[in-house]
Design a protein around this ligand. Structure first.
Ligand SMILES: Cc1cc2nc3c(=O)[nH]c(=O)nc-3n(C[C@H](O)[C@H](O)[C@H](O)COP(=O)(O)OP(=O)(O)OC[C@H]3O[C@@H](n4cnc5c(N)ncnc54)[C@H](O)[C@@H]3O)c2cc1C
Ligand SMILES: NC(=O)c1ccc[n+]([C@@H]2O[C@H](COP(=O)([O-])OP(=O)(O)OC[C@H]3O[C@@H](n4cnc5c(N)ncnc54)[C@H](OP(=O)(O)O)[C@@H]3O)[C@@H](O)[C@H]2O)c1
Length: 260
C-alpha cells in the first residue's frame, strides 16, 4: 500500500468500518474519513492504487446525511461491482479495517438548496445504485418539513436489487404519509411490483396512477439520477409533458446527475 506522502492530492486516508453485501454484485461500504463538510445529495471520490501502483479514482454518492447521528466523518456508499470495471471490483474485495482513500472535498448540485422554494412536490427518480443520494436527501430534517409530497422511485433489474428496505420503511414511518416509495423492476414480473422502465411508465400514466400524485408545472420538481439512458429518455418525456430543465439562471422543473 502507498505511504502517506504518496496519497493523491485532494484525498485523505480513511478506513472501512463496515461492508454490507446486498447481492452478488452490489454492496455498501461504510468508511471513516475526516473530509471537509458536505451536503446531502453530494458525492466524493474513492481511490485505491492498482497492482502497478497507479491510482484509480471514481465518484460515489453519500447514502447518509452529513447530519446523521454517527457524525459526518462516517460515510456510507452503495456500490455496484461492474464486471470488467477498473475500480469497483477492487472496492468489492475490501474488508473491515482496510484503508481507502477518500476525496477531501465533495461535489454535486443535487442538493436541497438547488430546489426552487416554490416546490411542493419533490420527485426522486433513480436507477440502480443512484437511490443512494436520494436516501441522503430524505434523511435531512429540512426535507421532512419543506415538501407536501415526496415520491421516491427506484428502478432496478431484479427484485433483490431493491436495497435498503429497512431504512425505507423507517423513512416512510417518519414522513407520516408525505413520502411515497415506488419500486420498479424491469427484468422480472411480480404481481406486487410495477414492471418496466421509468420514462415509459411516466408517459403511459402508470407511474402517476401508482403513486396517486399528479405532477404539476406550478409546484413539482424532479431529480433524475443514475443510468444516463434513463436520464435522457425521462427528460424527453418530461419535456413532452410540459416541464422544463432547471437552470440557476432560469428556474425549471427538473435536474439530473448521470452516473457514467
Ligand atoms: C456523480 C457520480 C456519482 C456516482 N455515484 C456512484 C455510486 O454511488 N455508486 C456506484 O456504484 N457508482 C457511482 N458512480 C459510478 C462510479 O463513479 C464508477 O463509474 C463505477 O463504480 C464503475 O467504475 P469502474 O472503475 O469499476 O468501472 P469503469 O471501468 O469505469 O466502467 C464504467 C462502466 O460501468 C458501468 N457503470 C458505472 N457505474 C455504474 C453504476 N452505478 N451502475 C451500473 N453500471 C455502472 C457503465 O456501463 C460504465 O460505462 C457515480 C458516478 C458519478 C459520475
Ligand atoms: N443488475 C444485475 O442483475 C446485474 C447482473 C450482472 C451484471 N450487472 C452489471 O451491472 C451493471 C448494471 O447495473 P444495474 O442493473 O444497477 O444498472 P442499469 O443497467 O442501469 O439498470 C438499472 C435500471 O435502469 C433501467 N434502464 C436502462 N436503460 C434505461 C432507459 N433508457 N430508460 C429507462 N430505464 C433504463 C434498466 O432497465 P432494463 O432492465 O430494461 O435495461 C434497469 O431497470 C452493468 O455493468 C451490468 O453488466 C448487473
Amino acid at each position: 500500500m502507498p505511504t502517506a506522502n504518496e496519497i493523491p492530492r485532494g484525498f485523505v486516508k480513511g478506513v472501512v468500518i463496515n461492508f454490507q453485501r446486498w447481492t452478488d454484485n452490489e454492496f455498501s461500504l461504510t468508511i471513516k474519513a475526516n473530509i471537509a463538510p458536505y451536503q446531502a445529495g453530494q458525492f466524493t471520490k474513492l481511490a485505491l492504487p492498482d497492482k502497478d501502483g497507479n491510482w484509480l479514482r471514481r465518484a460515489y454518492s453519500f447514502v447518509n446525511s452529513p447530519n446523521h447521528s454517527l457524525g459526518a466523518d462516517i460515510m456510507e456508499f452503495l456500490i455496484i461491482d461492474v464486471p470488467d470495471g477498473n475500480l469497483s471490483p477492487n472496492l468489492a474485495m475490501l474488508n473491515v479495517g482496510d484503508e481507502i482513500f477518500v476525496g477531501d472535498k465533495a461535489s454535486g448540485f443535487m442538493t436541497l438548496s438547488e430546489i426552487p422554494t416554490t416546490v411542493k412536490d419533490l420527485w426522486l427518480l433513480s436507477t440502480g445504485t443512484a437511490i443512494g443520494p436520494f436516501l441522503s436527501l430524505l434523511a435531512e430534517p429540512e426535507c421532512k418539513v419543506r415538501f407536501e409530497n415526496i415520491i421516491l422511485v427506484h428502478a432496478v433489474r431484479t427484485r433483490q436489487e431493491l436495497v435498503y428496505s429497512k431504512l425505507i420503511i423507517d423513512l416512510l414511518d417518519s414522513y407520516e404519509g408525505k413520502l411515497t416509495y415506488l419500486p420498479i423492476v424491469s427484468r422480472e414480473k411480480h404481481q406486487d411490483i410495477l414492471s418496466g422502465r421509468i420514462p415509459n411508465l411516466l408517459l403511459d400514466g402508470k407511474l402517476i396512477a401508482a403513486v396517486k400524485v399528479t405532477p404539476k408545472t406550478q409546484s413539482s420538481f424532479f431529480y433524475l439520477c443514475g443510468n444516463p439512458a434513463m436520464v435522457h429518455d425521462t427528460q424527453d418525456v418530461l419535456l413532452k409533458l410540459g416541464f422544463e430543465k432547471h437552470l440557476r439562471r432560469s428556474p425549471g422543473h427538473f435536474s439530473f446527475e448521470n452516473y457514467w
